[in-house]
Ligand binder design. Structure first.
Ligand code: ATP
Length: 397
């Protein structure tokens, strides 16, 4: 029995990157031997075991055969006769198909080392087309390693186009698409993920509403949504803000936010996007036109805008929405700063002591009116204290 370190751990080590997770390949071993040595089997459809101490995954070498459609349609063969090279052959990219034994000796049957040097994401074999998940994985690796100078090999891009055209993408569950997408959003260059998916035809398939954001413009300018997402990534914003920026169909949203809202609702449902993300995106699409239009000096308009955004009951969500809109407006080089005023107004309104007003014994309309009046006063005071300078000079700094 021989054990190799494989996959991402070998790749990242060779790239000089920190190793996050270690996967091991066991050649010449049987399930019985593994159990005897204290490993715990994990129910994954093929023999994978957890190490008794480290809990890292040890998989018996296997070959696979396509027997059904799409992502799950494989049968596996594991036997003591399966070699490391045979196991590595079923992997997606050459840079992910390098193994290292306990002495540090590298097994590299598909020239992954050369591709690491050339900074190329290249498929291992024509069997690449058998699993549509690989389209998303390659786009994700392209985003992750873009800053290192990596790009997708033209011949691999051709296979990705082929997968996108055959209808195989249909077999990917929404959750799996989301899992790859959220991981890509957290890379240094999430825009590359969407650009690669656009180039191979998968973007239009999964996220039809995003076509306008990622198709190259005649003037070579990036769309504000893509630029906003890049800025948010550069400034270390979390995936929620990056997602809300990159997934807002900018032009459609400004042209007809109601229709846009409906399209986005359908997309988030179909892809089963977690509600925390879906809600924020829908709120951005709904309120972006409002945020562009709102005027700083009109306290009533400011308050109405805050009420429409549910800013008092859901203050944290309001902050996320306005931050995402801020990036979008900055990226579009639109007049910036109204959200700054809104945030200040919302923060001032937070200081209204609602409990004290309720304690006065007011009910219904009267109570609501009193709270509104108190909030209007706070907004007025906040604008007055600031001397109502030009908003661009304040929030834009
Ligand atoms: P990450 O650092 O993002 O986890 P990784 O390469 O370790 O990257 P894993 O999903 O943990 O990614 O997979 C481990 C290894 O298994 C990969 O390096 C690759 O060799 C192989 N692999 C995983 N998924 C696929 C797939 N869908 N098709 C082919 N090979 C795959």
């Amino acid at each position: 029995m021989k054990i190799y370190l494989v996959g991402g751990a070998v790749r990242d080590e060779l790239l000089g990157l920190p190793v996050r997770e270690r996967d091991w390949l066991v050649v010449g071993g049987t399930p019985e031997q593994m159990v005897l040595q204290g490993y715990t089997p994990v129910g994954k459809g093929f023999p994978v075991f957890l190490h008794p101490q480290t809990k890292e995954e040890y998989a018996l070498a296997r070959t696979e055969r396509k027997t059904g459609i799409g992502y799950g349609g494989f049968t596996f063969y594991t036997g003591v006769d399966v070699t490391a090279a045979e196991d590595l052959c079923r992997r997606d990219l050459t840079i992910n198909a390098i193994a290292k034994d306990e002495t540090g000796r590298i097994t590299d049957p598909y020239n992954g080392l050369a591709d690491l040097k050339k900074k190329i994401l290249r498929h291992v074999s024509p069997a690449f087309t058998e699993d549509p998940l690989r389209v998303l994985r390659v786009a994700r690796f392209a985003a992750r390693f873009f800053h290192k100078g990596f790009s997708v090999a033209p011949e691999t891009m051709e296979l990705m186009k082929k997968i996108s055209q055959t209808g195989e993408l249909d077999s990917l569950p929404g959750e799996r698409v989301w899992q790859e997408t959220i991981t890509a959003l957290n890379t240094n260059n999430p825009e590359i993920y969407f650009e690669i998916l656009y180039q191979c035809g998968a973007l239009i398939y999964f996220f039809p509403t995003l076509r306008e954001n990622y198709q190259p413009a005649d003037n070579n300018m990036c769309c504000p949504a893509s630029t906003a997402m890049m800025m948010a990534a550069e400034e270390g914003q979390n995936s929620l803000i990056r997602f809300a920026c990159g997934f807002t169909p900018w032009k459609s949203c400004l042209a007809d936010s109601v229709a846009c809202y409906q399209q986005i609702s359908a997309m988030v449902k179909q892809l089963k996007i977690p509600s925390k993300y879906a809600e924020v995106l829908l709120a951005v699409v709904q309120h972006l036109p409002d945020l562009i239009a709102v005027e700083k000096t009109d306290t009533e308009t400011l308050l109405r805008c805050l009420e429409r955004m549910d800013a008092f009951r859901r203050y944290e969500r309001f902050l996320v929405i306005t931050t995402a809109c801020d990036y979008l407006l900055r990226a579009a080089k639109k007049q910036r700063g109204q959200q700054g005023w809104l945030k200040e107004a919302a923060s001032a309104c937070q200081k209204v002591n609602v409990g004290k007003i309720v304690a006065k014994g007011l009910r219904g309309r009267q109570l609501a009116d009193e709270i509104r009046t108190a909030r209007l006063k706070k907004i007025e005071k906040c604008l007055h204290a600031a001397g109502t300078p030009c908003p661009d000079n304040r929030a834009g700094q």
